[in-house]
Design a protein around this ligand. Structure first.
Ligand SMILES: *[C@@H]1O[C@H](CO)[C@@H](O)[C@H](O)[C@H]1NC(C)=O
Ligand SMILES: *[C@@H]1O[C@H](CO)[C@@H](O)[C@H](O)[C@H]1NC(C)=O
Ligand SMILES: *[C@@H]1O[C@H](CO)[C@@H](O)[C@H](O)[C@H]1NC(C)=O
Ligand SMILES: *[C@@H]1O[C@H](CO)[C@@H](O)[C@H](O)[C@H]1NC(C)=O
Length: 418
């Protein structure tokens, strides 16, 4: 008696638990996905005078994607495939030119990252269209692979995906940051440390230059190169020089994104700087969702022939691109809830869904950070942490994002000097 009661209870509990999950997965409709990722592992972009590993040490020179970087992006592509093709059955299993659009900044490493990502996402390419000639590359299963287009535009005018686009107004803001009490305090407190670094690197090391040193040390360590003694030395009883470099870098990367600064002459840097670095990207993402939703409501409207079929839009960028986007989401740290910049091949996806019950749209921001140097096994829903929320739909997202909107657009706003 007691046992059957228990079984009945247990199966009741299972049913109650199973219904909402099943219901949601089978009826809410995914309408549009956007992805923003950082390129994979790369060589340093430059180095200091005294470094024994100069440009000719690195196989392709400065700032180029490595084989590991390509593998990281194949993994990210496979992870995206798992979610959007295998599990959600959102995109076709093979590449369809109407469904996807991929755009990259104009760097070798971001372009090749996008191409590597698409090898992971579409391992079979679109086999019918490939030339069946012996010299053509094949997928692991023996099918003929096809190349998938990646679009780009000149870097200095890429106001959407390159936070360091040509922007005089941003340069003015940075000058203000350098005159801020926080920056000056850092310069003052770290004067001894900065002159130690200057002496050993042969460079004039400012707080901003520490970012380069941190990057170079990180990469040389990752590549198992021998670091000079002055890097491994203890700075004081608790930190090594290398550790202090990371700590200062974390602070400076915050300042570059307008974080950790009190208002300067009434200007809130945590809004004005993200607006110029990430505002255009945030609003590009919002704009695509607004258009997709409008076309979902009225598929016959004039501008919808392209958007009706488009389902996936990817942006291949940099650590700075994701950090800038995070700035416009109101996060108080440069890597969502951590200091430092997002790691290689980390990715944010933005999903537009239609609620089956209410018929209304809702939006989800997911973060897929790099895990164990190579993988993307964690997917974190970060929507709840966006400031000015709750973000329930496109309208509430657009409303809280007004303050980060470059008006009339980034290119024009950048010309307005301070
Ligand atoms: C791309 O690679 C070429 C050499 O193949 C190099 O000259 C160029 O500087 C690289 N550019 C960028 C932006 O990565
Ligand atoms: C703030 O305004 C004052 C007066 O106009 C100016 O002297 C000062 O340089 C400004 N501060 C910054 C950090 O721009
Ligand atoms: C560096 O050394 C570690 C530990 O021996 C190894 O796992 C890793 O593959 C090496 N990295 C490179 C780039 O050779
Ligand atoms: C070592 O330096 C760090 C960074 O300036 C500081 O936070 C820490 O208190 C110092 N430790 C000692 C023992 O002086």
């Amino acid at each position: 008696m007691a046992l059957s009661k228990l079984i009945a209870l247990a199966s009741f509990a299972t049913v109650v638990f199973a219904i909402p999950i099943h219901h949601k997965a089978s009826t809410d409709e995914l309408l549009f996905v956007q992805a923003v990722w950082r390129h994979g592992d790369r060589s340093p972009c430059e180095t200091f005078k005294t470094d024994k590993y100069q440009e000719d040490f690195w196989p392709q020179g400065w700032g180029e994607l490595s084989a590991l970087g390509m593998a990281q992006h194949v993994d990210l592509g496979q992870t995206l495939r798992k979610r959007y093709i295998d599990e959600l059955k959102f995109l076709k299993p093979e590449y369809d030119s109407h469904e996807i659009y991929v755009r990259s900044t104009d760097f070798n490493r971001t372009l090749i990252s996008a191409m590597s990502n698409l090898i992971g996402m579409y391992p079979e390419g679109a086999s019918i269209q490939a030339p069946t000639i012996p010299e053509w590359p094949r997928s692991a299963s023996g099918k003929f692979w096809v190349p998938i287009p990646v679009h780009t535009l000149k870097d200095d005018i890429d106001h959407t995906l390159n936070p360091d686009h040509d922007c005089p107004r941003q340069a003015d803001l940075w000058k203000k940051v350098k005159r801020s009490p926080e920056y000056k305090q850092l310069q003052h407190d770290e004067a001894d440390f900065l002159s130690y670094l200057s002496k050993h690197t042969g460079m004039n090391v400012t707080p901003a230059y520490v970012e380069n040193i941190a990057d170079i040390i990180f990469i040389e360590k990752t590549n198992n190169l021998t670091l000079p003694d002055w890097v491994n030395a203890a700075w004081n009883k608790t930190v090594t020089v290398a550790e202090r470099v990371v700590q200062i870098n974390d602070i400076v990367e915050g300042y570059i994104n307008g974080l950790g600064l009190s208002p300067i002459n009434g200007t809130n840097m945590a809004i004005e700087i993200p607006k110029l670095r990430g505002g255009e990207l945030l609003w590009s993402i919002i704009g695509h969702m607004q258009q997709k939703w409008a076309c979902h409501q009225d598929p016959n409207s004039a501008d919808c022939s392209y958007f009706n079929r488009l389902k996936y839009y990817a942006y291949s960028g940099h650590d700075t691109s994701i950090a800038a986007l995070f700035g416009t989401l109101g996060f108080s740290r440069t890597n969502y809830n951590e200091d430092g910049y997002p790691h290689y091949s980390s990715c944010v996806t933005v999903e537009l869904w239609r609620n089956a019950k209410t018929g209304k749209p809702y939006v989800k921001f997911l973060y897929l950070p790099l895990v164990k140097g190579r993988y993307h096994t964690e997917i974190e829903d970060i929507t709840k942490d966006i400031t000015g929320g709750p973000i329930t739909d496109i309208d509430s997202l657009a409303k809280r994002s007004q303050i980060y909107k470059p008006v009339p657009n980034a290119m024009e706003l950048c010309k307005t000097r301070l």
